[in-house]
Design a protein around this ligand. Structure first.
Ligand SMILES: [Zn+2]
Length: 286
């Protein structure tokens, strides 16, 4: 799921283009299934996972869609359909209508609380637990499903919808314990708002998470690109960085993606189906 984040280079028109491409890629998730994947490809990749020094995993909207998480657009039905994404996912939109935007995020939190991590999330979490120093898990999704599956740490490039943070840098008076009720939580001392911990239009991605992801892209020798259209940067740039560094890049997605060209192999399957086959019962050789 994408909230949208851009960063310093994300001009409004560019963000709209990215949104359009992102929505188109989501539509492609509903296309007919691809032919089955050869057992030799599965065996070969299992071997690579066994031998890899460091594995970088990037997940996108497709991984969440397999759990039934409604996308931003899918959730924006009924009453919510009258508002633009910018009105619902920008600081300006929040300041103009704090209650409306807060209600929108509370509504989506409720939708997400009704779904569960899928077998792909679980397989990644189990592999990460068995090989804690050999995997960096990066996600574009904001739903917290990797964390609910047990993954830690998770580098959330677009933030986490299930968390809040202060709109302005907190002062000593700002204490989240003072806030309650249906209104957007506000510090009684200075009026500072709590806001959803997601990256909104025109905002920079979390610096530390992005830096760690980019470092992992340079250092990894195997990268799994899972359930992402490959249109959204800088996340998609991680695959280019990994490929330039000589890593073996694997795209796992039911449909073609914009990153297929940099991949050494593209496996056309849902991640919930494929990841358990790839990651199950792998012991560390180290
Ligand atoms: Zn305060």
């Amino acid at each position: 799921m994408l909230e949208w984040g851009g960063s310093a280079w994300a001009l409004p028109y560019a963000v709209r283009l990215v949104f359009t491409a992102f929505y188109m890629s989501l539509d492609s998730l509903h296309a007919p299934a691809a032919p089955p994947i050869a057992d030799t490809d599965i065996a070969s990749l299992r071997q690579r996972l066994q031998e890899a020094r460091h594995v970088l995993v990037l997940t996108g909207a497709g991984a969440s869609a397999e759990s039934g998480v409604p996308t931003f657009r899918d959730a924006q039905t009924g009453y919510w359909a009258q508002f633009s994404p910018e009105e619902m996912a920008s600081e300006a939109g929040f300041l103009a209508h704090p209650q409306r935007v807060w209600d929108w995020y509370q509504y989506r939190r409720q939708l997400i609380s009704q779904v569960l991590p899928n077998a792909g999330h679980v397989a990644l979490a189990q592999w990460q637990a068995c090989h804690p120093d050999r995997m960096t898990l990066v996600t574009q999704n904001v739903d917290g499903l990797h964390q609910r599956a047990g993954s830690a740490p998770v580098l959330c490039l677009h933030g986490n919808l299930m968390e809040n943070r202060w709109l302005l840098p907190p002062k000593p008076c700002c204490d989240a314990r003072f806030t309650e009720g249906d209104a957007p939580p506000q510090c009684p001392g200075c009026g500072n708002y709590l806001r959803p911990g997601v990256v909104w239009f025109g905002e920079a991605l979390p610096h530390a998470a992005l830096q760690q992801a980019q470092d992992a892209a340079k250092a990894c020798d195997l990268m799994l690109v899972i359930g992402t259209s490959g249109h959204v940067y800088p996340a998609a740039g991680l695959a280019h960085t990994a490929a330039r560094g000589g890593a073996h890049v694997v795209v796992i997605n039911p449909e073609p993606t914009a990153l297929d060209g940099v991949a050494d192999i593209c496996l056309r399957a849902p991640s919930a189906q494929l990841l358990p086959q790839l990651l199950s019962a792998q012991r560390s050789p180290h």
